[in-house]
Design a protein around this ligand. Structure first.
Ligand code: NI
Length: 167
């Protein structure tokens, strides 16, 4: 088991579409273990492999009901809308009211390659959508309105460059 550093905006790996996992071997089992340890240490309710610099379609999550993993997950059904204050370990310390679907169902595979399906509304539905976004190279910033996004991107870029705000 190992704890990885978490990549933060604007690390390019967060903006890449992650590659599908083709073999469910010991390396994937180890990756899943390391991701769970890294997620609990953070702490976070979800973590996608690109957030530790590994561009593979794997995420782990635990919304307080025990850990689960999804490999090569796809959203197969969504309904409703729900606005909720959302954050991301890769954009630390920032939270926004973000509108997503309320209910989501995702299908994928576990670490042994067996098919799994998870579905839920509110927090679980949101985690499924948020983590699968990561695998498609999208951060929660992509759900902000155009004007807010422009301001936030500028703030984050300046922060990452260490540019102090003058007033
Ligand atoms: Ni995130």
């Amino acid at each position: 088991m190992a704890i990885y550093p978490i990549r933060t905006f604007p690390d390019p790996v967060l903006h890449m579409e992650a590659a599908a996992v083709s073999s469910f071997d010991d390396d994937i089992a180890r990756l899943v273990d390391d991701m769970l340890e890294t997620m609990y240490e953070a702490p976070g309710v979800g973590l996608a492999a690109p957030q530790i610099g590994i561009s593979k379609r794997v995420f782990v999550a635990d919304i307080g009901e025990g850990p689960f993993v999804m490999i090569n997950p796809e959203i197969v059904e969504t309904t409703g809308k729900w606005k909720f204050e959302e954050g991301c370990l890769s954009v630390p310390g920032r939270y926004w009211q973000i509108k997503r679907h309320d209910f989501a169902r995702a299908e994928g595979f576990d670490a042994s390659g067996a098919p799994v399906s998870f579905e839920g509304d509110e927090l679980l539905g949101r985690v499924l959508q948020h983590e699968i976004d990561h695998l498609n190279g999208l951060l929660l910033l992509s759900h902000l309105g155009v004007r807010t996004k422009k301001i936030v991107l500028k703030e984050l870029r300046e922060a990452s460059l260490g540019i102090a705000k003058s007033i």
